[in-house]
Design a protein around this ligand. Structure first.
Ligand SMILES: Nc1nc2c(ncn2[C@@H]2O[C@H](COP(=O)(O)OP(=O)(O)O)[C@@H](O)[C@H]2O)c(=O)[nH]1
Ligand SMILES: [Mg+2]
Length: 388
């Protein structure tokens, strides 16, 4: 065993992810573990033989948080057998996301990655993920939410929590979370250049969030995968991790760089609302058009204003940059918001028939009530980069 293959990291170690890499290591794959004694040996062997067969020069870095079941010791015993293995035993610190950062800080490869230690992430797609870097992307995410991907029989509760967490993320950090179909993925690779010397300070479980938010990331690619059943042991996800996630989102939210996009976003939404209402008031009250036609036209004016400003101002510079992709995106947003506008017309007419409120009041209630739905949908379509 070489001296640097086993690393003992004490509390408050502040090693950073450097910009230099070893030319002979393409991939540094971090495997965070906590009580994975039964899973870790087969996983390490599988990864090593597969990557070696595929000719991918690599290192495998276990970062174990001093597991009571001695996962780190079991891994350490494999160092003689697996030449590409490094084992980090972290004492006095815990948490999946910080463990990954710790592993990357000790990594020497050009591309940095993370994979779960319980066998739930299929190793077979690693070379597919890696090959995406040829297209000039900064991050490649393995996604459960693309066609061809999926999750096994998660309880309804966990599915709901996962969807809710994602929706909340899109709402709070549209430009970050909305960039990918699976922002909760724990399986992804990142070009070292994108996060070298970045001050990554993740909270809890979601390291991808931190990379997308604080890294120098412009282009993201995704690749589908099916989340497999755990080989052994149990998930470490607890209720507290949902609170951690919320804390993480809020922490990233108040980051001034990110706030600028958010302020612009809400600014545009608010202006669109005012324009929509003023236009409606003008043609309905002033010109005497009928209710449905007025609501339709003013809604369309609002939509047009929104998509144009989000594209040209709020998210200027975000991919896709070529004309065809951009046109397709704008049409997508228009169609989505158009469908909502149609629903709004039905609601307005229903409310007018069944209540004795004034037309303008009804219009305002429905407009304000439905705009979050519209913007959520619109944002997903507007900010998601063209998929590679
Ligand atoms: N180092 C470290 N690894 C962790 C910690 N919590 C979870 N893990 C590992 O992170 C991976 C994913 O965790 P898991 O509980 O399976 O999450 P799930 O797949 O989303 O249910 C597994 O390899 C765990 O052993 C932690 O606090 N520290
Ligand atoms: Mg798991």
């Amino acid at each position: 065993m070489s001296a640097e293959s086993f690393i003992y990291v004490e509390r408050n170690s502040s090693k950073k992810i450097g910009s230099g890499s070893r030319p002979d290591v393409i991939l540094s794959l971090v495997i965070p573990t906590f009580n994975e004694a039964e899973n870790i040996t087969p996983l390490i062997r599988r990864l090593y033989s597969q990557l070696t067969e595929e000719g991918i020069s690599h290192e495998l870095i276990i970062v174990d948080d001093d597991s009571p079941d001695k996962t780190w010791e079991i891994a350490k015993d494999l160092i003689d057998e697996i030449p590409s293995l490094k084992v980090i035993r972290r004492v006095g610190n815990s948490g999946l996301a910080t463990a990954v950062v710790c592993g990357w800080a000790h990594a020497e490869g050009k591309y940095l990655g993370v994979i779960d230690g319980d066998g739930q992430h299929p190793t077979e797609i690693l070379s597919d993920l890696l090959s995406k870097f040829d297209e000039g992307v900064d991050v490649v995410v393995a996604s459960r939410h693309l066609p061809g991907g999926g999750v096994p029989n998660w309880s309804k509760m966990r599915q709901l929590l996962s969807k809710g967490a994602q929706a909340l993320g899109v709402l709070l950090l549209p430009g970050t979370v909305g960039q990918v179909t699976d922002p909760m993925s724990g399986y992804f690779l990142v070009d070292r250049k994108a996060i070298a010397d970045c001050d990554l300070q993740p909270v809890g479980y979601k390291i991808l969030l931190e990379v997308l938010a604080r890294g120098n990331v412009t282009n993201v690619a995704e690749f589908p995968y099916y989340f497999q059943l755990r080989e052994s042991g149990s998930s470490k996800v607890r209720a507290i991790h949902y609170l951690d996630y919320l804390r993480h989102l809020l922490r990233l939210r108040v980051d001034p760089l990110r706030s600028q996009a958010l302020v612009r976003y809400f600014g545009v939404s608010f202006m669109a609302l005012v324009i929509d209402a003023a236009f409606f008031f003008w043609i309905f009250d002033g010109l005497g058009w009928n209710l449905t036609r007025s609501a339709l036209l003013s809604g369309e004016v609002g939509i047009f204003f929104t998509i144009l400003l989000l594209d040209l101002w709020t998210f200027a510079g975000r991919p896709p940059r070529n004309f065809v992709d951009r046109f397709r995106r704008l049409v997508g947003v228009q169609i989505a918001l158009g469908i909502i506008l149609f629903g709004r017309l039905i609601l307005i007419n229903a409310l007018i028939t069944w209540s004795n409120l004034e037309a303008f009041t009804v219009f305002l209630i429905v407009l304000i009530g439905t705009s979050p739905v519209g913007h959520l949908l619109g944002s997903r379509l507007t900010w998601r980069p063209a998929r590679r």
